[in-house]
Design a protein around this ligand. Structure first.
Ligand SMILES: Cc1cc2nc3c(=O)[nH]c(=O)nc-3n(C[C@H](O)[C@H](O)[C@H](O)COP(=O)(O)OP(=O)(O)OC[C@H]3O[C@@H](n4cnc5c(N)ncnc54)[C@H](O)[C@@H]3O)c2cc1C
Length: 395
């Protein structure tokens, strides 16, 4: 299939943000085209997030992509915090008026959305690298891309950059307009997938003198676990036995709990970063998802923020189609940034409360433990964690 030369909304990137936006626009009768630099298999296998907020589940269901999620997704009603060899459960429904989260991997969300789109959705082109977005402040911005070794253009009414942190769309916003806010962290995560049933029913977030650890899961037979490691760590330096021993030490708790071991099928190091780009719109070019903001994964917000952005954007394009008014498009950046900054703060809070900075003083460690104790003993403090984790209704 050849790509058209004109569309109403040109979408750069077929990650969760681009695919979900395309689905929502298609359902609303708004023309769009999606251009993705990688091949389908790569996009569908890329291991990333695994926790969906209730509002993300609701929008996936409403968009028609909820069938397998309802069958295979695992609802979770809380998380466990471990510190000082004790544990505390944050009960989401009790603290939030009934909200919960779902374990359903990003890979599966992406597979479901791609299948729908290829069956009856807007045109989606893999192996199509966008080189630049030009004319953001004109009435017809242009996407310049390369496909099959040939450079072509797609003229658009609007362009949405859903091309992640390393994408090219952000460069269309002039330097004098663009503001970035950034923080890097002095540690990374070593993430593993293991063919073993999870040793817990809900996620465990562990603060330990040896550093942070997280026990998550992908399904009833696959565990996903993370260890805080120094920046620049080589996963090859971590034998399977070393990983399991370290996880055992960091999850240690009084009482009898055992971490089940199994074959490790994947090891990767993930750096931690907070980053916000403002504004998220310039002229007729919009940024959504990781193209506009990055959070460290401790708060499980990245994928959910991407979904929230495109819901706001789809509503604005639908409103334009129905009323001819651009007011919601003009408000897009301000509307999204309220949620983005809340999620940035929560992700920063979870990260700095649970990890051990290599330079950390004993004073800071005592502050962290005091904060965790406060969450465990005050329903107000626990509710603050539960509301943010399960997802706030903003925008
Ligand atoms: C390694 C890793 C692990 C993560 N783990 C977690 C986690 O455990 N929990 C959590 O909540 N979040 C996690 N995240 C964050 C979460 O996965 C992201 O927030 C989410 O993927 C954002 O979706 P997106 O569609 O905005 O961007 P992406 O998923 O990055 O998608 C962008 C798409 O654009 C394409 N693209 C880029 N440049 C171009 C171009 N020039 N032309 C055409 N296409 C282009 C890319 O190939 C990609 O398919 C993780 C992120 C990473 C990188």
């Amino acid at each position: 299939m050849t790509a058209p030369s004109h569309t109403t909304v040109g979408i750069v990137g077929a990650g969760p943000a681009g695919l979900l936006l395309a689905r929502l626009l298609h359902n609303a009768g708004v023309n769009c085209v999606v251009l993705e630099s990688r091949d389908r298999a790569y996009v569908e296998q890329r291991q990333r997030a695994g926790i969906l907020e209730q509002s993300t589940v609701d929008v996936l269901r409403a968009s028609g992509a909820g069938e397998r999620l309802d069958r295979e997704g695992i609802p979770h009603e809380g998380i466990e915090l471990r510190f000082d060899r004790r544990s505390f459960r944050v009960d989401f429904p009790a603290l939030t008026g009934g909200r919960r989260v779902w374990v359903y991997a990003q890979t599966e969300v992406v597979k479901d959305l791609i299948a729908l789109q290829l069956a009856d959705g807007a045109p989606l082109f893999f192996d199509t690298e966008v080189l630049a977005v030009e004319g953001p402040d004109t009435d017809s911005p242009v996407i310049r891309y390369r496909r099959d070794g040939v450079e072509r253009t797609l003229t658009c009414g609007y362009v949405v950059g859903c091309d992640g942190f390393h994408g090219v769309t952000r460069r269309a916003i002039p330097e004098g307009v663009l503001r970035t806010y950034e923080r890097t962290y002095p540690y990374s995560w070593l993430g593993i997938l293991a063919d073993v049933a999870p040793s817990c029913d809900e996620l465990i977030y562990a603060h330990s003198p040896r550093g942070f650890a997280l026990h998550s899961m992908r399904s009833e037979t696959v565990s996903r676990l993370y260890l805080q490691v120094p920046n620049g760590e080589d996963p090859q330096d971590w034998s399977d036995e070393r990983i399991w021993d370290e996880l055992d030490a960091r999850f240690a708790v009084d009482g009898d709990w055992r971490l089940a071991r199994g074959p490790i099928t994947s090891k990767a190091v993930l750096p931690m970063r907070s980053h916000v780009t403002e504004p998220m719109r310039f002229g007729r070019v919009f940024l959504a998802g990781d193209a506009a903001h990055i959070v460290p994964p401790t708060g499980a917000k990245g994928l959910n923020l991407a979904a929230a952005d495109v819901v706001v954007l789809a509503r604005a394009f639908t409103h334009l189609k129905e009323s001819g008014k651009t007011d919601l498009l003009e408000a897009y950046s301000d509307t999204c940034l309220k949620r983005v900054w809340r999620a940035e703060h929560f992700s920063y809070f979870m990260t700095t409360t649970l990890h051990t900075d290599p330079e950390q003083s004993p004073f800071t460690t005592r502050l962290q433990l005091s904060q965790l104790d406060r969450i465990a003993t005050s329903p107000h403090a626990a509710a603050e964690v539960a509301e943010n984790y399960a997802g706030l209704t903003i925008g």
